[in-house]
Design a protein around this ligand. Structure first.
Ligand code: DC
Length: 223
């Protein structure tokens, strides 16, 4: 079974997807971490976020690996551990542009489809249900109000020792959403057949219970 969880930045996708994967005994695929790893490698190598050809080459030359850990995934690119680095604001600032190029996406999506070809997965991102795995058994579009998303993202950063003003976090989220929704290549959208969940006023347990209900109804409909 594949469960896709797409939605804008800061909607709580990672927290929900990780917890759901754990409770259902499924694999967890963080597709955003793959684009973040490439953005980090590009920053280190001095490849400009607008350089489509340079980034596609870098993506081909430096495979990304995701290894499950209790906190989520350990992330490497070209053999270098970037688990911590990819959460830094400098990566968040450029990752939308890095991920907007067709050539970059082709490399990442091929790797994502290869991973999803076997086993049971909860996969989160922007285009999983609409594009990477349109055959997903359960598609969720998780969203939350702008204010709530900014508050959660700021708390998440603070837990990693990174302090940012809430206004700055909010404008950063809005800028990234506009880029992710507005790009030509696989934009963020609500997939056909997706269950839309607004988590603004829901606790993590409620969101997970809601998705688990959908999973059960799909399982019983499938016999
Ligand atoms: O989920 P995240 O914030 O870690 O994702 C970082 C960026 O990666 C996001 O702003 C857009 C891009 N992304 C994408 O283009 N497609 C995906 N399936 C996942 C993420």
């Amino acid at each position: 079974m594949i469960i896709s969880i797409d939605g804008p930045a800061g909607a709580g996708k990672s927290t929900v997807a990780r917890a759901l994967a754990r409770s259902l005994g499924m694999g967890y695929l963080d597709t955003g971490a793959m684009y973040r790893a490439l953005a980090e490698a590009a920053l280190v190598e001095g490849v400009d976020p607008s350089d489509a050809a340079g980034l596609a080459t870098l993506a081909r030359e430096r495979p990304v690996t995701l290894t499950p850990t209790p906190q989520g995934s350990e992330v490497t690119i070209g053999g270098v551990d970037v688990t911590e680095a990819i959460r830094r604001p400098r990566v968040s600032r450029v990752v939308s542009e890095v991920s907007s190029h067709r050539g970059v996406r082709d490399v990442m999506i091929e790797a994502q489809r290869r991973a999803l070809a076997e086993g049971d997965w909860v996969a989160e991102g922007r285009d999983v249900g609409s594009n990477v795995a349109p055959h997903a058994d359960v598609k969720v579009f998780l969203t939350a109000s702008d204010g709530e998303r900014a508050r959660r993202r700021r708390a998440d950063l603070a837990s990693r020792g990174i302090r940012q003003d809430e206004g700055d976090v909010l404008s950063e989220l809005r800028r990234r959403d506009a880029l992710d929704r507005g790009r030509d290549a696989d934009p963020l959208l609500i997939p056909d057949e997706a269950v839309v969940i607004d988590s603004s006023e829901m606790a993590l347990d409620e969101v997970i219970a809601c998705i688990a209900d959908v999973v059960r109804s799909v399982e019983s409909a499938g016999g």
